[in-house]
Structure formats: structure tokens, C-alpha cells
Write a protein that binds this ligand. Structure first.
Ligand code: DX5
Ligand code: ZN
Length: 225
């Protein structure tokens, strides 16, 4: 896995540990590392912004102890700025906040940077208009388009978010990256790639498979024309 996915413009696969076996986290991480995942995606849920609770700084720190890879923390929490220091201290490489919880998205991005977050991302739910993130685009490193209503892995991909991907991609600088999250598997990854997506978050289509390396290889082969 890589410690800096921004260093490459090639498409990248981010394995979401939400579907990993937490009783064997280290070997799960090792398996997707050896299987060819590019970095890890950490789904942080507070039971408030989303109707599910996943994990917090302790598991983030345990993940960091298991790997030097880039840890992409997706904060599905109501108060991302308040908890950012704990996730940064735990070893998160990037923090992505939801535009739905930010009164002022530009200020939120700036506050995260002031907390020494090196890579700041903004994300939006399927029902959130794409225009809501435009004012913050100059202040973030990556944009995450949710292709399911966040809260759970294993949901169905929502193709109606693809025009959003295309619209955002047109506005990004070459150094910025477009990421998608939810329902990405062998039959949907190409649609997202064609809409300009650089980074693909995948939980169930990797961790729910017996052969994770084969699953990652299939995803990679299916994103190509
Ligand atoms: C959704 C999470 C996703 C989720 C993706 O609430 O943000 O990252 O783990 O799961 P799959 O890949 O199974 O749709
Ligand atoms: Zn996520």
C-alpha cells in the first residue's frame, strides 16, 4: 500500500475496514495489503449523523500500528472539527468531513488544516446538491461523492450520483482527487471511472470475499476500458 496516494494520478482502490474482521484486524490489513489495495478507508460513524456506530480513535490507532499506509478517515460524525485532533493523533492521514454538518464548509476545512491535518476532504450525501461543496473546493485536497446513503456497507450503488462526479471533476485542479464511496464492485467500478473518479472505496466487495487478492485484481481489471 502507499503512504501518499496523491503522488500518483493512477486510479486507486481504498479498502474500507468497515467490513473487516476486527478480531483479526492486523491480518485483515496484511491480506489486503498483499492483495494489492492502495490504501485504507476508515468509516467513522457516531450514531448521530448516521444511524450506526462503527469505531473511533482507538481502532484508528490500532490500524496505524498495523500499517504505514495512508489512512483515509471518513468522518460520518456531527462534529468533525471537535474530534479531528483525536483522529490525527491516532494516525489518520486524511480527514474527510460531511458538508451537511458544516455551517461554513470553508471555515471547517481551514480549521482542520490549522489542526495540522495534511489532507482535507469534503464529502456529500446522494441527496445533497453538488453546488453545496463548490465554495469549499479551493480549500480541500479531495472530494468524496457518496454513492449510497452513508451508515452501512453492502448497499446498492446509486448511479444517479454519476453526473455529480462529472461536474466536480471538471472543477478540480490536477493535484486534487475525486473519490467515490458506496456500492462499488466489479459491475459498478467502470461507471465511476468513466465519470472521472480517481479513488474507489470498497468494503464488502473486498472483505466479504474469500480471496481478497482476486477480488482486488478483478476490480482493477474491470475499471479499465
Ligand atoms: C458507507 C461507508 C462506506 C462503506 C462502503 O456508509 O461510508 O465506506 O463502508 O461499503 P460497500 O463498499 O460495501 O458499499
Ligand atoms: Zn466511507
Amino acid at each position: 500500500m502507499t503512504s501518499n496516494p496523491f503522488a500518483s494520478t493512477a486510479p486507486q482502490i481504498a479498502a474500507s475496514i468497515l467490513s473487516a474482521d476486527f478480531a483479526q484486524l492486523e491480518s485483515e490489513i496484511d491480506e489486503v495489503d498483499r492483495g494489492g489495495a492502495d490504501f485504507l478507508h476508515l468509516d467513522i460513524m457516531d450514531g448521530h449523523f448516521v444511524p450506526n456506530i462503527s469505531f473511533g480513535p482507538a481502532i484508528t490507532a490500532a490500524t496505524r500500528r498495523s500499517t504505514a499506509a495512508f489512512l483515509d478517515a471518513h468522518l460520518m460524525i456531527t462534529d468533525p472539527v471537535r474530534y479531528a485532533p483525536a483522529f490525527l493523533k491516532a494516525g489518520a492521514s486524511a480527514l474527510t468531513f460531511h458538508v451537511e454538518v458544516a455551517k461554513d464548509p470553508v471555515a471547517a476545512a481551514q480549521e482542520l488544516r490549522q489542526l495540522r491535518c495534511k489532507h482535507v476532504g469534503i464529502t456529500l450525501n446522494p441527496a445533497t446538491p453538488v453546488e453545496s461543496i463548490y465554495p469549499a473546493l479551493d480549500h480541500v485536497d479531495h472530494v468524496l461523492v457518496m454513492s449510497v446513503v452513508p451508515g452501512f456497507s453492502g448497499q446498492k450503488f446509486m448511479p444517479e450520483v454519476l453526473p455529480k462526479c462529472e461536474a466536480i471533476k471538471k472543477r478540480l485542479r490536477p493535484s486534487q482527487r475525486l473519490e467515490i464511496d458506496g456500492g462499488i464492485h466489479a459491475d459498478t467500478i467502470r461507471l465511476a471511472r468513466d465519470a472521472g473518479v480517481d479513488w474507489f472505496v470498497v468494503a464488502s466487495a473486498i472483505f466479504d470475499q474469500k480471496d481478497r487478492a482476486a477480488a482486488i485484481a478483478t476490480l482493477r481489471s474491470r475499471m479499465r476500458p
